[in-house]
Design a protein around this ligand. Structure first.
Ligand code: SF4
Ligand code: SF4
Length: 84
């Protein structure tokens, strides 16, 4: 499946532990990535400074569902399950 327009759930719900331009310590769970533009597209897509984590999250029916709300809940559950 393709990434849904105007979603951005996977750039908000998960924590990211590697540096992001503008967020040198990464970001906590539930916080919108600073590189997520108002149209919910990544400003640094395809650039080397984009964290490897982001490329690892591929759109899937399981993760994305049909709504942003579904994806946020699914990713919250993942975050809780993988918390150290
Ligand atoms: S959760 Fe899925 S649809 Fe939403 S931004 Fe991420 S990949 Fe795209
Ligand atoms: S760097 Fe881009 S893909 Fe990664 S979380 Fe931020 S906006 Fe999303």
């Amino acid at each position: 499946m393709n990434c849904r327009d105007h979603c951005g759930a996977c750039c908000t719900a998960p924590s990211i532990t590697s540096p992001i331009p503008g967020m040198p310590n990464g970001k906590p769970a539930g916080v919108r990535c600073i590189q997520l533009a108002d149209d919910n597209r990544c400003r640094i897509f395809g650039k080397p400074e984009r964290p490897a984590f982001c490329g690892g999250l591929q759109p899937s029916e399981e993760m994305c569902g049909t709504t942003r709300e579904y994806a946020m809940l699914w990713l919250d559950d993942l975050e809780r399950a993988t918390r150290p």
